[in-house]
Design a protein around this ligand. Structure first.
Ligand SMILES: [Zn+2]
Ligand SMILES: [Zn+2]
Length: 247
């Protein structure tokens, strides 16, 4: 694996390890471009709601400072980028983008876990249609480098409805020329995604496919088996895997 744009840090409250340990593990893995993309701080106006699976507003500054310092420290060994994983919430997106400007991120990836808007969002798991509409609307903003775990919504529901939603998502992403991610965390954790049904459709539609480690602990860079499984999927279905840096 030569590049990975999907890396978290302990600031999101569900990851562990020091930032530096992620860098060292990535170097060990042979990664040449390492993108940090921790769950972005989110500005929810007019509320004291606090979202527990992302860094706080204050931690945003410290995160960027830390990643930029590592970028310098390790410049001879690895290329480091500083990005965020972000949800697309129609109600807050413009404001959030304005807010994130102060961190000058190198890129954003879209990782949608709720439909609607936090704090009143619903899980994506049973809302395939809403999920796809919201994600496509998000991708259309042009703010995202790629779509993380595109198949997260297929957890349960009517088979035909799931397949239809998957197809609409694949066709939309293809039209917008935005890659979709095979999420290695899903493979590592034995989750319901990557969903083979999704990837069959992605193969037919001809989507560009990227691998994302979605590391939530440094040692996850050394789980070589996840990548092997993903590559088997790519091979089996004839997926169009991106083989060089997209940023
Ligand atoms: Zn996470
Ligand atoms: Zn993630």
């Amino acid at each position: 694996m030569l590049f990975n744009y999907h890396t978290h840090t302990s600031r999101c409250n569900h990851a562990s390890g020091a930032d530096k340990e992620y860098v060292e593990a990535a170097i060990k893995r042979g990664i040449k471009t390492l993108g940090f993309s921790d769950h972005a701080p989110y500005l929810f106006p007019f509320t004291d709601y606090y979202s527990h699976f992302r860094m706080s507003l204050d931690e945003g500054y410290e995160y960027v400072e830390s990643v930029r310092a590592l970028q310098k420290e390790y410049e001879k060994d690895i290329r480091i980028l500083c990005g965020f994983e972000l949800e697309y919430y129609p109600l807050y997106h413009a404001r959030e983008m304005q807010f994130l400007k102060k961190f000058s991120p190198d890129y954003l990836i879209l990782g949608q876990h709720f439909v609607g808007n936090e704090p009143n969002g619903e899980t994506v798991r049973k809302n395939q249609e809403k999920y796809v509409s919201q994600v496509l609307e998000g991708l259309k903003t042009g703010d995202f480098l790629y779509l993380a775990h595109p198949d997260i919504s297929g957890f349960e529901g009517d088979e035909q409805a799931i397949l239809q939603a998957y197809r609409r998502l694949c066709e939309g992403a293809k039209e917008l020329d935005i890659p979709v991610e095979i999420n290695l965390l899903g493979l590592r954790g034995g989750r319901w995604y990557p969903d083979e049904r999704f990837w069959k459709i992605a193969s037919e539609v001809g989507n560009e496919v990227i691998l994302g480690v979605d590391a939530h602990a440094p040692e996850q860079f050394l789980h070589y088996g996840d990548e092997k499984k993903a590559l088997e999927l790519v091979e089996r279905l004839g997926l169009k895997l991106i083989d060089k840096e997209i940023l």
